[in-house]
Design a protein around this ligand. Structure first.
Ligand code: ATP
Length: 370
């Protein structure tokens, strides 16, 4: 176990010939992060934002353009991957097909000249934790995706690494198996307490596994916080729109004043809501801002007695909840409710916004402004 520190890490691929990429574009840009000993960290972001590059730099599989990486107290910038005491499991299991599961797990220990008795003890310790004890004689070809990934992870942790790095370990698996293995990775972490970094583009995976999540966009760290922090207090419009399914509604609103009261006026519609107290000293009449509201913080039907009239664009009954798309001016709002209601396209309904649960962002920079 060890803490992990990234200090102002940059990565530029000199061979990056990708269209629309400038010569100076960094795949990872001024990245700083401190993970505590034993913590489970998720690196989350859209495709191409630099997640895998970050992980590969930590592992020593990719050079750092500038900056420093520490594992424990040791600066590892110039250390060979083998000297970093890291366990790695990538999405493609990369097991050796001619070897059975036992020999696959033993492979790296044998390469390190560990004696067979100790290898056996270690495999017998790890195999039940990852539920591969019944598979030790099998060849990879006969295993399911989930079983292969368990063997892959067993192989990564058998050397008692200081740091376990998982790159999209569940992305090849189908829905059910993903869920099962996700729970087992969580249990595994509780059991072995190894500092673990998981790279994923799946927010559910990051939210359910990680103690803290590092959200990236275009090579830059946007926010680093607990799942609850990034959900309840997104630092900018990108994080607000990225975390949460369906995503937060982000609407352009004008600040207007009537009878000395300030309102958020939804552009091109009759919808307006009173500006809550906590924003009164921040916003002024005439400003335009981005207002964020989660689909579950919108009220309709009986819950929206004081609401404005809006038109239903799409109504979907999803069993336990109903998802409604509502046209407001030129934009659409998504609303989720567990109320037993039924609407059809074109119905006029009353909508109320829970103003206390709104988020405010600067219209130009996208930064949170409260
Ligand atoms: P994904 O979720 O799609 O795997 P990612 O967030 O892991 O994406 P990276 O694979 O780290 O992103 O890529 C970050 C950027 O660096 C992208 O623009 C990518 O095209 C570029 N890149 C990655 N590897 C190389 C390489 N070996 N040579 C040149 N450019 C690269």
């Amino acid at each position: 176990m060890a803490k992990l520190i990234l200090k102002n890490v940059y990565k530029r691929y000199d061979n990056n010939k990708k269209k629309n990429k400038k010569q100076n574009d960094y795949a990872v840009n001024d990245y700083s992060l401190e993970c505590k000993d034993g913590e489970f960290i998720g690196i989350l972001g859209p495709s191409g934002c630099g997640k895998t590059t970050t992980l590969r730099m930590i592992a020593g599989l990719e050079d750092i353009t500038s900056g420093d990486i520490f594992i424990g107290e040791t600066k590892v910038n110039d250390l060979h991957p083998k000297e970093r005491h890291i366990g790695l499991a990538f999405e493609d299991y990369a097991l050796y097909p001619p070897l059975n599961v036992y020999d696959n797990i033993a492979f790296n220990l044998r390469a390190k000249k560990v004696n067979e008795e100790d290898i056996h003890k270690e495999i017998m310790r790890i195999a039940p934790i990852l539920k591969v004890d019944d598979l030790l004689d099998s060849r990879p070809v006969g295993l399911s995706g989930g079983q292969k990934q368990r063997v892959n992870i067993a192989r990564a942790i058998v050397r008692k690494p200081k740091l376990l790095l998982l790159d999209e370990p569940l992305s090849h698996l189908d829905g059910k198996m993903r869920q099962v293995l996700r729970t087992e990775i969580k249990r595994l972490h509780k059991e072995i307490k190894c500092t673990t970094i998981i790279v994923t583009h799946d927010q559910l995976e990051a939210m359910s596994l990680a103690d803290r999540i590092a959200i990236m966009k275009d090579g830059k760290l946007q926010q680093f916080g607990s799942p609850l922090e990034v959900y309840d207090n997104p630092v900018n419009e990108f994080v607000a729109g990225f975390i949460g399914e369906p995503p937060m509604n982000l609407m352009t609103v004008d600040i207007t004043k009537q009878d000395n009261e300030l309102f958020f006026d939804f552009k091109g519609s009759d919808v307006r809501i009173g500006v809550p107290k906590r924003y009164q000293s921040i916003v002024k009449e005439g400003m335009t801002v981005k207002l964020g509201v989660r689909p579950t913080d919108l009220l309709i039907g009986n819950e929206a007695s004081k609401g404005s009239k809006v038109k239903v664009a799409v109504f979907e009954n999803l069993g336990e909840e109903r998802r409604i798309s509502i046209r407001v001016g030129q934009e659409f709002l998504t609303l989720i409710t567990t109320e037993e209601i039924r609407y059809k396209q074109g119905d006029i309904i009353k909508l109320e916004v829970n103003a206390e649960k709104t988020h405010l962002f600067d219209i130009k920079s996208g930064e949170r402004i409260n």
